[in-house]
Design a protein around this ligand. Structure first.
Ligand code: G
Ligand code: G
Ligand code: MN
Ligand code: NA
Length: 253
């Protein structure tokens, strides 16, 4: 209850912030996108990870106002780095609760229009589990987003409960290899069949592929050698505040 009070206050007092983690093209070494990750800059506890406060927000009706805030914050941030002349695509995590909401699509479209953000610059990340709750509604919402030009990524791919069927039912553009699979790669000359299977699914279906949690050269080399060319992880960059991210983009030119 105390945490709920302070999370409400955090929202009102501007203690929530967006961090950005670059995604790198393995061939050119250039930043081609970024994942937006929320942080709570807590007055006494320091930076609190969303893993600690979002489950709580879900249970206490705070997910919707937090998500509304996030979408507005992202649009404003994008205008700042766009002026650096970059067309990097931003991916954002959306909770199933937010997607279930009746006016979700209108909210997204409204925010993009208000800030003149091209929908093609946005990718939303959803987990496979989204199918469990209200698949029909989710499919409708995602199809409308797709028609608008927003792309959809399946986050934590391979760890969820649903089958491959949703890849046909949703307008999916990207799959993200979950970091648990990337972590198993210890030897660049080794054999990691789950990773290979995911790469092969992406290739077969013509989907973009992003590897998450890439921490070592061996992981990067193995992924690249097997055809996964977009990398996200501490090997390249940690999630960083907007100003740093804008600097990194400016340096890249
Ligand atoms: O950055 P970190 O590893 O602490 O993020 C933990 C989890 O929180 C990740 O699984 C990520 O998908 C989720 N997350 C981060 N930012 C957001 C956000 O803005 N909205 C939602 N719904 N989830 C987020
Ligand atoms: O669930 P989701 O994939 O959205 O969460 C991404 C999370 O992974 C973020 O919290 C981010 O901080 C974290 N992350 C990103 N890169 C790395 C990495 O290289 N190693 C580890 N351990 N975590 C990472
Ligand atoms: Mn994610
Ligand atoms: Na993930």
């Amino acid at each position: 209850i105390a945490l709920e009070q302070s999370l409400r206050k955090a929202l009102e007092h501007g203690e929530l912030e967006m961090y950005y983690q670059p995604q790198i093209d393995a061939i050119s070494g250039r930043i081609v996108g970024a994942e937006a990750l929320m942080r709570w800059n807590h007055p006494t506890r320091g930076m609190v990870s969303p893993g600690e406060f979002l489950p709580f927000a879900e249970e206490n009706g705070l997910m919707l106002p937090i998500s509304d805030w996030m979408i507005g914050a992202l649009c404003r941030d994008m205008l700042k780095w766009d002026s650096a002349g970059n067309g990097v695509r931003l991916s954002l995590n959306l909770s199933p609760q937010y997607l279930d909401r009746g006016d979700f699509f209108e909210k997204m479209r409204g925010a993009l229009a208000q800030h003149a953000i091209a929908p093609g610059q946005i990718e939303i990340e959803i987990t496979e589990n989204i199918c469990i709750r209200n698949p029909q509604h989710a499919i409708e919402q995602l199809n409308k987003l797709g028609q608008l030009g927003v792309s959809v990524a399946i986050d934590d791919f391979g760890t969820g409960y649903s089958s491959l069927a949703y890849l046909h039912r949703f307008p999916v553009h990207t799959i993200k290899i979950d970091q648990s699979f990337v972590k198993e790669i210890h030897d660049e000359h080794g054999h990691y069949p789950v990773v290979l299977a995911i790469i092969s699914i992406a290739r077969g279906l013509g989907l973009n592929l992003v590897a998450e949690g890439v921490e070592t050269d061996a992981q990067a080399r193995y992924l690249r050698a097997n055809g996964c060319l977009t990398m996200q992880g501490y090997l390249y960059h940690r999630p960083m505040p907007l100003e740093r991210f804008a600097d990194v983009l400016r340096v890249q030119g």
